[in-house]
Design a protein around this ligand. Structure first.
Ligand SMILES: [Zn+2]
Length: 482
């Protein structure tokens, strides 16, 4: 029997509807040939819906909360005490020179697929735990092109580098390849999720898929290779920017935020993700293990603000809702519609409106994790119950999570380049992802994390104990039955 292989292609920031309409128009002939025998579906990513964080589920089978990597920027709140130099390592941003810290920040004991399947290749991957430099051949190029693309808004060369390494890799010995294509996300940020240059980059990915399939077919390996095309998040146009760090300053709070990561006696630390959500830490220079609940955060002195900061925040048009932890496994959500509570009890999660229905569920409801996914994946906040509880599993998560409404973000006022589209929020346009497979029967909806055991099963590898993923889809069984 020929050896089973997996190629996981991640088109960063690709919206499922954009991909589906390109497919329907006949713009993606290689992917069309792939899914004709295989299948297309949709999944949901994790919160916050941002690059790096949202790669962890595919590559570890664990959620960001479990990995203790709750966002692309965070503060080690149990240890940070405001010392200028000695504590600077306790404030993280994977967007700059600390990008390489991600692997070491993941909860010890969580293993990547690269560690579980030693014959792996990672191409343009920000999660590289377990990869030697030969197995991460584009490491230097990723940094080089990434920096250039960021400032020159020129993203296609990155995808060309991915293509080169991918095609070279296919010809060598391997069992698992992960390749990330950054151009769709880059061009989306500069324009819109459906802009001509985004579609051009997507057509070029299709061309790469054609070359991959041709090489596999020439080696007689196409049948035994599971090819998956996914993304890590969607995107939506941004019309209004609300600089959340400046917002806290206007409220009277001395505020710590990137890119300047030191502030004398800060009263708030604002950590933005992607740019549609943020974590806010109250009194961040006083190390603390417990988080403050929403009633405490409403007190002006919590952030050194002049009034009730929660009331002021939820009155902003940019803010869909805020969330805080009451106690472990209990989250309070507040919007301009009022407050509700999310409580995990055994295998059920109960959503209970208190003074309102911020998550637009319609009333008190108790469901399992799987039922919540099923009932909310196409709603305004897909999988919100599970995702919000997960955020607060991470010790590094702040006291308050602020979620932007569609059309808004929390970017810095002078960010270069300006983001005309973004992601990071819990809204449907950011949370839904395509899940396309070269084998039939891909399940809709699926959580991104659930692809991890599916890939290992295809490879005939044991699935590690204690991961967050569920065995919702079994590509191996479907393929044998067919
Ligand atoms: Zn992005």
């Amino acid at each position: 029997m020929a050896e089973k292989r997996v190629v996981l292609l991640l088109v960063d920031g690709l919206r499922p509807d954009v991909a589906e309409s390109a497919l329907a128009r006949g713009d993606l002939p290689a992917l069309e040939a792939m899914v004709r025998e295989g299948s297309t579906g949709r999944g949901v990513t994790v919160f916050p819906s941002t690059t790096s964080v949202a790669y962890l589920p595919f590559l570890t089978g664990c959620t960001p909360g479990r990995c203790n990597v709750p966002s692309i920027r965070w503060l080690e709140r149990t240890r940070y005490s405001g010392r200028w130099w000695r504590d600077s390592e306790l404030v993280r941003s994977y967007c700059g020179y600390q990008a390489g810290r991600l692997d070491g920040d993941v909860t010890p004991g969580i293993r990547t697929i690269f560690e579980l399947v030693p014959q792996s290749l990672g191409i343009f991957t920000p999660v590289a735990k377990g990869l030697t430099s030969e197995r991460d051949p584009s490491r230097a190029e990723r940094k080089f092109w990434g920096a250039l693309a960021h400032y020159l808004e020129w993203h296609q060369p990155s995808d060309e580098a991915v293509r080169r390494h991918l095609l070279r890799g296919i010809d060598g010995p391997w069992r698992f390849i992960f390749a990330q294509f950054p151009a769709v996300d880059g061009y989306t940020h500069q324009s819109t999720p459906r802009a001509p240059r985004v579609l051009r980059a997507l057509r070029r990915v299709d061309d790469t898929v054609a070359a991959v399939r041709a090489r596999l077919a020439a080696r007689g390996e196409l049948e035994d290779t599971l090819i998956l095309l996914v993304s890590d998040h969607g995107a939506a146009e941004v019309k209004v920017h609300l600089d959340l760090a400046d917002w806290f300053r206007v409220q009277g709070a001395r505020t710590l935020s990137h890119p300047i990561i030191w502030e004398k006696e800060p009263q708030a630390a604002v950590m933005i993700a992607g740019n549609g959500s943020a974590m806010v830490y109250a009194q961040p220079n006083v190390p603390r293990t417990e988080r403050w609940g929403i009633d405490r955060l409403r007190r002006p002195e919590s952030f050194g603000a002049r009034g009730d900061p929660i009331a002021a925040l939820t009155a902003e048009a940019a803010v869909a809702f805020v969330a805080a932890e009451e106690r472990p496994e209990t989250v309070r959500v507040a919007s301009n519609d009022g407050e509700a509570e999310i409580v995990r009890a055994g295998d059920q999660i109960r959503y209970r409106p208190l003074t309102g229905d911020p998550l637009e569920i319609g009333g008190e409801t108790s469901r399992t994790d799987a039922e919540w996914l099923e009932s909310t994946w196409d709603g305004p906040y897909p999988d919100a119950m599970v995702q919000l509880l997960d955020q607060f599993r991470a010790g590094r998560t702040g006291d308050l999570i602020v979620v932007a409404r569609e059309g808004y973000d929390f970017r810095r006022r002078f960010e270069v380049p300006e983001h005309k589209s973004g992601h990071g929020s819990l809204i449907r346009a950011h949370m839904q992802i395509p899940v396309w497979a070269s084998v039939p029967g891909v399940t809709t909806p699926m959580r991104s994390v659930d692809l991890f055991p599916a890939m290992l099963e295809w490879l005939g590898e044991p699935i590690p104990e204690g991961i967050d993923a569920q065995p919702v889809w079994s590509p191996a069984r479907v393929a044998t039955v067919a």
